[in-house]
Design a protein around this ligand. Structure first.
Ligand SMILES: NC(=O)c1ccc[n+]([C@@H]2O[C@H](COP(=O)([O-])OP(=O)(O)OC[C@H]3O[C@@H](n4cnc5c(N)ncnc54)[C@H](OP(=O)(O)O)[C@@H]3O)[C@@H](O)[C@H]2O)c1
Length: 347
């Protein structure tokens, strides 16, 4: 079978800062051993962490890339009970985190980074790493959901207390990347009011079409935290889905209401440092900041059921073929996308 693997000898051309590349190779697909399931991969999705990986953040030489993939079961090993040939499945990026809170034993192994990932014609995984893909969710939609969707899902219904947003809660999202658009769609389906930030007028229209109640252009309003207070009668957002990092956190702290929450998701706004004075309102406003590490297998099941029940359609920016995987990376790295960039496999 054909697969891609990371190669440190040839950084991917056309990707700014790439220290590593991907090369197509032939690998023996083998037969699934006891408890394992072999899957013909139908679609993959790219995530921001896949770019960080190309920049050399993790020792991945020789591993198969990508956290996200969906496909069809083509063989099962002895003792497999949850799956049969022909089942449609999707993998949870956290290979060993099945349910409950994260522990050192369950959260170390992430597909496409610490273990072989999903960018291959077939993958063979322990059955415990897979869940059934509901009939109403296509392979491409299914592939788009695990990493980005779970991150949005865990932001909205997760956190240390598992405190969930309620209908009527105000949720602030940032930008038009994969996590943020799922956060907009999920929050609207949960009955929340959504305020979204973005960089351009055209993207603002896309966000409104997706259901965002208010959109703030952060280039026009660098003080967008204050703009959120203006839109909420001085109260602020119940939840901020913070994907920007150090360059957006100070405004997120301003935008959060007293007693509110900030889901600490990512760093798409770039690296940097924060003056501690800008952090002090965390205390004054009694904010809860919590990390977001996608989710466990049960979270993936719950999220897929929610997506199916609410007929949520993931926003797909573009689709590349398996042979065009390098172009998919280049397009994603050019940062022009809205929503998810996908790779599909021949039927
Ligand atoms: N902790 C976890 O387990 C986990 C899981 C998934 C993702 N993440 C992290 O979450 C972040 C988002 O991931 P993703 O895959 O959704 O990324 P993505 O698709 O690459 O997001 C790109 C978008 O971010 C927006 N953006 C860029 N700079 C911004 C800024 N200064 N302020 C606000 N928005 C900005 C842009 O949209 P606009 O032009 O519309 O602003 C851009 O199109 C990443 O840092 C990723 O590593 C973490």
């Amino acid at each position: 079978m054909r697969a891609y693997q990371f190669s440190s000898s040839a950084p991917l051309e056309g990707v700014y800062g790439a220290a590593i590349g991907i090369e197509q190779v032939e690998r023996d697909a083998g037969q699934p051993g006891p408890g394992a399931v072999q899957v013909a991969v139908k679609a993959n999705a790219l995530n921001f962490v896949d770019l960080i990986t190309l920049q050399g953040a993790f020792p991945v030489d020789g591993r198969i890339p990508l956290l996200d993939g969906a496909g069809e079961v083509i063989a099962v090993g002895d003792g497999v009970t949850r799956f049969a040939v022909g089942d449609r499945v999707v993998a949870n990026p956290h290979a060993n985190w099945l349910a409950g809170p994260p522990t050192p034993d369950t959260t170390g192994l992430v597909l496409g980074i610490m273990a072989d990932g999903m960018l291959a014609e077939t993958v063979t995984l322990a059955e415990s790493m897979l869940v059934h893909l509901p009939d109403a969710i296509s392979f491409t939609q299914g592939a788009s959901l695990p990493c980005a969707g779970l991150s949005a899902w865990s932001s909205l219904v997760g956190g240390p207390s598992r405190y969930s947003v309620a209908p009527g809660s105000t949720v602030l999202t940032q930008g038009t990347g994969g996590v943020s658009l799922f956060a907009v769609q999920f929050a609207k389906a949960m009955g929340c009011r959504v305020i979204a930030t973005t960089s351009t007028a055209a993207k603002a229209e896309r966000l409104k079409a997706l259901g965002a109640d208010h959109v703030i252009n952060y280039n026009e309003r660098p003080d967008w935290g204050v703009a959120v207070l203006e839109l909420t009668g001085g109260i602020g957002a119940d939840l901020v889905v913070e994907v920007g990092g150090p360059n957006t956190l100070p405004q997120s702290i301003i935008a959060a209401k007293v007693g509110g929450r900030i889901a600490m998701v990512g760093i798409v706004g770039g690296m940097g440092s924060i003056d501690f004075m800008q952090m002090l309102p965390i205390n004054h406003k009694v904010l809860t900041l919590y990390a977001n590490g996608m989710g466990n297998r049960q979270d993936l099941v719950d999220m897929l059921r929610f997506v199916e029940a609410n007929a949520i359609e993931p926003v797909i920016d573009s689709t590349f073929t398996f042979d065009q995987a390098a172009d998919a990376y280049r397009h994603f790295a050019s940062r022009g996308h809205i929503g998810k960039v996908l790779i599909t496999h021949p039927a």
